[in-house]
Design a protein around this ligand. Structure first.
Ligand code: SF4
Length: 329
């Protein structure tokens, strides 16, 4: 079955990453499957930041990891700069991964506690030596680029650093092999609010300085809006809406996007924006047995009969705005 449509994909000549009909399924016992990602298509121009947003369990992190082949998807195509990543095996696949790096949610636990900062950042160069500057020079250059003084932190262990400093080390480690695509998986959600803005600014700066394309995964629409050029909203393994940040915020077309936006707290009151409930009462259905038709129908206030029988495909509803809904807002 088709996924949720590909009308939002741009001309292949314009993009560096093109993902089509990505499917990730896991065995769930007794012949059942977890339908974690069900036919996702997306693309990215070189230097763009694509935000993947949705509630916990919507498949956004699994999508990001499947694009990076960590692990490879069950089905689908991932074309990066003309190379079909899903066909790579063994050494070719390992080598291709030097072009793709990840930044994780919890910076402290993603660093080896027994290694010094300098050893952590240098590790990739020991596995994949590169020409050019000596490894130590490259490590110090990157530590400075992420705002750390190599003389002060180079010999420290992760437990001697703050959460924000650890995330800076993670970013330096991710950049050491000069990747082209960076998957940022909830990179600020474990950090204090005061540090979040600094790390987001740093990622923006690194993107410009090192010509990176970013896949930015987060549950927080406010964070995603701030960094993204294009946002993909996901629900239960499917794409609901694709749009530029301003359009998505000002005119959300999918009932789920509208629900997410109403749940973003106002900065001054801490209350959900729009005064409405942060969530509908219904629980998110299980990805083992997702609803027929539109997967959001069990929580959707606009659902009608056709929503249970026919899957809505993405269609254009505005300039660079696409929605998969029979009755958009
Ligand atoms: S297709 Fe129907 S159930 Fe799905 S979001 Fe639209 S109105 Fe709601």
């Amino acid at each position: 079955m088709a996924g949720t449509g590909k009308v939002h994909l741009r001309d292949p000549g314009e993009v560096v990453l093109r993902v089509e009909d990505l499917v990730v399924e896991f065995p769930a016992g007794r012949g059942r499957k977890v339908h974690a990602v069900s036919g996702i298509s997306l693309d990215a121009r070189a230097g763009e930041t694509i935000g993947l947003v949705g509630e916990s369990g919507c498949g956004k992190s699994t999508t990001g990891r499947a694009i990076l082949q960590m692990p490879p998807p069950t089905r689908g195509s991932v074309l990066f700069d003309g190379v079909e990543l899903t066909r790579l095996r063994g050494e070719e696949l390992r080598r291709s991964r030097t072009h793709f790096q990840m930044i994780f949610q919890d910076p402290i636990s993603s660093l080896n506690p027994r290694r010094s900062v300098r050893e952590i950042v240098r590790e990739g160069l020991l596995i994949w030596p590169r020409g050019g500057a000596p490894a130590d020079e490259r490590v110090d250059e990157l530590l400075q680029a992420v705002g750390l003084d190599p003389a002060l932190v180079g010999d420290r262990r992760p437990h001697e650093l703050s959460g924000g400093q650890c995330q800076r080390v993670c970013i330096a480690r991710a950049l050491v092999l000069a990747p082209r695509l960076l998957l940022c998986d909830e990179p600020v959600s474990a950090l204090d609010v005061s540090v979040q803005a600094q790390i987001l600014n740093l990622l923006e700066e690194m993107k410009r300085r090192y010509d990176l394309t970013l896949l930015f995964v987060a549950h927080d629409l406010a964070v995603v809006k701030r960094v993204s050029d294009r946002i993909v909203v996901m629900y239960l393994g499917k794409v609901c809406e694709v749009a530029a940040p301003d359009a998505l915020y000002q005119r959300p077309a999918h009932p789920y996007t509208a629900l997410l936006l109403r749940s973003v707290p106002e900065l001054d009151t801490g209350e959900p924006a729009g005064g409405g409930p942060a969530r509908t009462a219904a629980e998110t259905p299980s990805p083992v047995a997702p609803p027929s038709g539109c997967r959001f129908r069990t929580r959707c206030p606009r659902a009608r009969g056709v929503c249970s029988t026919t899957e809505p495909l993405l269609r254009e509803v505005g300039a660079d705005q696409y929605v998969a809904c029979h009755f958009p807002e």
